[in-house]
Design a protein around this ligand. Structure first.
Ligand code: HEC
Ligand code: HEC
Ligand code: HEC
Ligand code: HEC
Length: 194
């Protein structure tokens, strides 16, 4: 046994056959190539779960949230910028995005259970769902909103007095208010009872 190990050990340190030296970069290249294919395919798959069609495929409920979005300024406006479901509900950065996707598997479960598959059921759950969204936005300082809006880019001189005072870092530092504290219901109808 000891002998065998010794031979194996010595073999390990023998100069390598030239063929292997070619094999290493070729193997590396092949791995790299498949890595890119896999990675690209994976991210493509994830991206396709960010499309409005995908979200609406479940959030039809006679199209409540989608219909409401269409009536809001975030769907159609004079500057031609449209906010899609994922713009407000899915983080842009890779790691937080993956965390959101994993959390979203609960939506698969509730889809299967039919938790919100009728208008009535949706309305009974709506406040609870909205509160979850508000809590998330409060938690991340309304990051999704700030992907498009920022105080720095606001021309405060075009806003009214109330807005001017509140859209500042000073206000935020004093009160901790983030966008969602003051701007609920910018894309959908506010839940009943709120
Ligand atoms: C497989 C069906 C399905 C798909 C696809 C789907 N959802 Fe949902 N979603 C649900 C269900 C069911 C619930 C209710 C979950 C509950 O009752 O806890 C829900 C809840 C939500 C909520 C409420 C807050 C929360 O975290 O539960 C938001 C916001 C939401 N979905 C956004 C989206 C967005 C944005 C997309 C597209 C990126 C999407 N959903 C795709 C089925 C789906
Ligand atoms: C994809 C970019 C985008 C995202 C994300 C976005 N907005 Fe907007 N928002 C806009 C644009 C563009 C307008 C201008 C519409 C107009 O003035 O006609 C607007 C208008 C508004 C307005 C004024 C009109 C209204 O509906 O009252 C408020 C308030 C607002 N956004 C708040 C928010 C909040 C809060 C969030 C996060 C929940 C958010 N926005 C996310 C692009 C975005
Ligand atoms: C402390 C409350 C408060 C906070 C926090 C706040 N806003 Fe506002 N915002 C207001 C008020 C008040 C107005 C004026 C509303 C009106 O005139 O009807 C306003 C108006 C706006 C408008 C419309 C401006 C216009 O003149 O048309 C946009 C867009 C907007 N806010 C986006 C945001 C975004 C994005 C954030 C977070 C980065 C944010 N706000 C944070 C209170 C706030
Ligand atoms: C401009 C940002 C914005 C866009 C775009 C947007 N949402 Fe929302 N969504 C919100 C906010 C903010 C809430 C929390 C409740 C509220 O304030 O209206 C919310 C709440 C929800 C809820 C919880 C139930 C409720 O009505 O409160 C669902 C489900 C939902 N959104 C799905 C969607 C889907 C599906 C789309 C695309 C068709 C979409 N959202 C587009 C900002 C947005």
């Amino acid at each position: 046994m000891k002998q065998k190990i010794k031979i194996w050990w010595e073999k390990l340190w023998l100069p390598m056959n030239i063929k292997w030296f070619v094999g290493i970069p070729v193997g590396g290249f092949v791995a790299f190539f498949f890595g890119i294919l896999f990675w690209g395919g994976f991210n493509w798959g994830v991206e396709s779960t960010n499309s409005m069609e995908f979200c609406i495929s479940c959030h039809e409920m006679k199209n409540t949230v989608y219909l409401e979005l269409q009536e809001s300024k975030h769907f159609k406006n004079h500057v031609g910028i449209q906010a899609t479901c994922a713009d407000c509900h899915v983080p842009k950065d890779w790691v937080p995005k993956m965390i959101r996707k994993v959390k979203a598997t609960r939506e698969l479960y509730h889809k299967a259970m039919g938790t919100i598959d009728t208008l009535e059921k949706f309305e009974t759950h709506r406040l609870e769902l909205a509160q979850r969204v508000w809590a998330e936005m409060k938690d991340n300082n309304s990051l999704e909103c700030r992907n498009c809006h920022s105080y720095e880019a606001m021309d405060l001189s075009l806003q009214n007095r109330q807005a001017q005072r509140r859209h500042t870092l000073e206000w935020y530092e004093k009160t901790g208010d983030t966008c969602i504290d003051c701007h609920k219901g910018v894309a959908h109808k506010l839940p009943e009872g709120y």
